[in-house]
Design a protein around this ligand. Sequence first.
Ligand SMILES: NC(=O)C1=CN([C@@H]2O[C@H](COP(=O)(O)OP(=O)(O)OC[C@H]3O[C@@H](n4cnc5c(N)ncnc54)[C@H](O)[C@@H]3O)[C@@H](O)[C@H]2O)C=CC1
Ligand SMILES: O=C([O-])CC(=O)C(=O)O
Length: 260
Amino acid sequence: MKLGLIGGGNIGKFLLQSINSDKLVDGAQFVGLYTRNQEKANELAEEYDLRSYQSIDELIASDIDVIVEAATVDVVRAHATSVLTHGKDLVVSSVGAFSDNDYFLQLETICKEQGTTIHLPSGAVGGLDILKAAKAIGALQEVSLTTTKPPHALNGVTLENKTVLFEGNAYEAIKQFPKNINVSIILSLAGLGSKETKVKIIADPKATKNSHEITAKGAFGKVKLVVENDPMPNNPKTSYLAALSVLSTLKHKDQSIKVG
Ligand SMILES: NC(=O)C1=CN([C@@H]2O[C@H](COP(=O)(O)OP(=O)(O)OC[C@H]3O[C@@H](n4cnc5c(N)ncnc54)[C@H](O)[C@@H]3O)[C@@H](O)[C@H]2O)C=CC1
Ligand SMILES: O=C([O-])CC(=O)C(=O)O
């Protein structure tokens, strides 16, 4: 499996190390890369033995099977259609790009026409299996997410006390915090949609973890799940689990037996 990477930041570098150096995914290798900073791109290309491209379009047109995005929500929105129409599968970190249901359906149609697949990792949360199972018979009634991070992992404003920065639905949350609340959109896609998924974002100067508390109820009963994530050293906005989940998606992508 020949992989192309967009974004050479925190998650991107973790994936290069795990796959190209540590060989953690059998038969997979990153062979091409595009990231915004050309100097960084060249350094990564040298270190991990792959080709650096001058544009995302060139990377997409190259001889690769799968594009792995680890950049931004805007990059996904700008390039997902092109990835799919070039017959490549797409693995997305910035799942917030799928907050709009019409856009999601549009991409789904392209996938069907092209025989391609978009993989959306669970990211820095869990519990998607429960939401999907309950939704299958329309038995899901309510989903809420409360995310608490230290201020430097959110808007960077110095705060004395715990402060609610946002309260509303996932659709609005990702608009205001595109680098912080992708998790709300994966929960929306598994569950009730971005307009019906409740989100609260709290900045807590005493917090040392990026924590996500998910509650849901429906005909199945109810669930409360708290994920207390260690942040990644290179980017405290991003939890380690988010990077691990992209790696796991690549590891299990072509498995014959699917778990969960
Ligand atoms: N699904 C989830 O649960 C989570 C998703 N994320 C999202 O994953 C994405 C990647 O996260 P990190 O690696 O931690 O971020 P990062 O900020 O460390 O790295 C992003 C990289 O993308 C590059 N980039 C930015 N704009 C670009 C463009 N227009 N074209 C090409 N490259 C561009 C940057 O130069 C940087 O190298 C972010 O959108 C982040 O919000 C992060 C954490 C959890
Ligand atoms: O990594 C996390 O804890 C969550 C995050 O940044 C996001 O969902 O965008």
